[in-house]
Ligand binder design. Structure first.
Ligand code: TLP
Length: 350
């Protein structure tokens, strides 16, 4: 029996077409700028996001830290970032550890935004030696911890305006920006138009095995290339990876609505099962967050173990968070598998 893995979209394997493209990719030494497949991917990705240049990095985390270090190039800089954002919560404190960058964290609203007034208030007045120097605002689109909620172009434009008025840079962690684009029916480049930099992942819903892309102005990417080198992320015949990345951006971005449809069907099926507390209306992209009623006869971690052992279904139970189960749909989660998951949950909870 095949495993049904709903722990994340990061678990998605490369497609057979990607594996074939990887085997046949034209390559060169990318540190010399000579890998034609990497160059092609970086150019196409930049174009899709409406920016001048792109940079292939090893992971979403490396894309974010490369951006943060490039924008905040003096120790004692400060970035305004969501308290529930991946950059703050799940990147091992890299901005502080590697860059001496001080995070000024704001509560993320249930719709994935940061309060505009809270952003304004968080910006430090200049010229006072008591304060760190505010340099950067970071947004996340889709916002993961609130359930993959897409952030609109209008909201990002308002944050961009605040950044501009205060001489700050805006970085968007767009790990799943193409999910946001599919959900909102707006081209990704419009969603990130006000951003100075954007990173997005090839290796999540887009199915590539490795890699993310950071985009921005040519000047920013030239500098980011140096930062990436410093972080050990300059690769050699990386065209092998970029070949999968080209399929990811050209083809896989076009089918993400299927993952969203499957996530909705899964949410609707699960919401009908006793003890599951889930609002299907909050499922906007490929993520489902839910928890259990207090009188549920089975603990979440026991449920996860039984799903694995008895039904070959993998889920992740998050301890200590409001919604402690997250399910993520992706290319390998078909409508038939959605049905299998609903049936298995119903069996275990009845
Ligand atoms: N997120 C992973 C975990 O680390 C939580 C997941 O399973 O969702 N930005 C966002 C918004 C992300 O969700 C992630 C990965 C990253 C950046 C980092 O990407 P990688 O894992 O490639 O470093």
């Amino acid at each position: 029996m095949d495993t049904i893995d709903l722990r994340s979209d990061t678990v998605s394997w490369p497609t057979p077409k990607m594996r074939e493209a990887m085997a046949n990719a034209p390559v060169g030494d990318d540190v010399y700028g000579e890998d034609p497949t990497v160059n092609q991917l970086e150019a196409e990705a930049a174009e899709m996001l409406g920016k001048e240049a792109g940079l292939l990095v090893t992971s979403g985390t490396q894309g974010n830290i490369t951006a943060v270090l490039t924008h905040c190039n003096t120790r004692g800089s400060e970035m305004i970032v969501g308290k529930q954002a991946h950059i703050f919560r799940y990147e091992a404190g890299s901005a502080s550890v590697l860059g001496g960058v001080h995070p000024n964290t704001l509560q993320v609203n249930p719709d994935g935004t940061l309060d505009l007034d809270a952003i304004r208030e968080a910006i430090r007045p200049g010229g006072n030696p008591h304060f760190p120097r505010t340099r950067l605002i970071c947004l996340e689109n889709t916002q993961g911890t609130v359930g993959g909620i897409p952030i609109t172009a209008e909201y990002t434009a308002q944050v961009g305006e605040i950044a501009k008025q205060n001489g700050l840079k805006l970085h968007v962690d767009g790990a799943r920006i193409f999910n946001a684009a599919a959900a909102l029916g707006v081209p990704a480049k419009e969603l990130v138009a006000p951003a100075d930099s954007v990173s997005f992942c090839l290796s999540k819903g887009l199915c590539a095995p490795v890699g993310s892309i950071l985009v921005g102005s040519k000047e920013f990417i030239d500098e980011a290339r140096r930062t990436r080198k410093m972080l050990g992320g300059a690769m050699r015949q990386a065209g092998i990876l970029a070949a999968a990345g080209l399929i990811a951006i050209r083809e896989m971005t076009q089918r993400l609505h299927e993952d969203h449809t499957n996530a909705c069907a899964l949410a609707e099926g699960l919401a009908k099962i006793p003890y599951i507390r889930l609002d299907p209306a909050r499922v906007r992209t490929n993520m489902i967050l839910f928890d259990f009623a207090p009188d549920t006869p089975i603990a979440p971690d026991v449920l996860a173990t039984r799903l694995k052992n008895e039904h070959n279904i993998l889920i992740r139970a998050y301890a200590g968070e409001t919604k402690n189960i997250r399910l993520v749909t992706h290319y390998w989660i078909t409508p038939e598998r959605v049905e299998q998951v609903v049936n298995a949950m119903r069996t275990l909870l009845s």
